[in-house]
Design a protein around this ligand. Structure first.
Ligand code: 5GP
Length: 111
């Protein structure tokens, strides 16, 4: 079981900013920007690689939740959504998650 599943199940605490039947959003424990929120599906999907056709609506829903949270966080000047997939990309938790970053200028290309 991943640490994110434990957060979903309330086995470990997190600063939760949004929840519905399909997803959960909470502040990253090691924030890389003034706003750094992780949005995750409640369904256990390990990574983008593991998505299937049946997850199409779920991923679309998550992006609408991200849009809402960005608005609530006041990120009207811009924000970034990042998903790391696999070892080379630096994915450390094998539960699909979308990083919502904002509140400072964000460089491009990323590291
Ligand atoms: P990844 O490197 O897999 O793309 O992102 C995993 C993220 O999860 C990292 O930014 C890391 O700081 C965050 N993280 C890891 N463990 C915890 C935790 O227990 N609680 C919270 N809130 N964030 C975590």
């Amino acid at each position: 079981m991943t640490i994110f599943k434990k957060i979903i199940d309330r086995e470990i605490p997190a600063d939760i900013v949004f929840e519905d039947d399909q997803c959960l959003a909470f502040r990253d424990i090691s924030p890389q920007a003034p706003t750094h929120i992780l949005v995750i599906p409640k369904k256990e999907i390990s990574a983008v690689d593991a998505l299937s056709e049946e997850d199409e609506a779920l991923v679309g829903h998550i992006f609408l939740v991200i849009r809402k949270i960005a608005k609530d966080e006041g990120l009207s000047n811009g924000f970034r959504v990042v998903t790391n997939n696999g070892l080379l990309a630096g994915q450390t938790v094998p539960h699909l998650h979308f990083h919502l970053l904002g509140g400072r200028p964000l460089n491009w290309p990323p590291g």
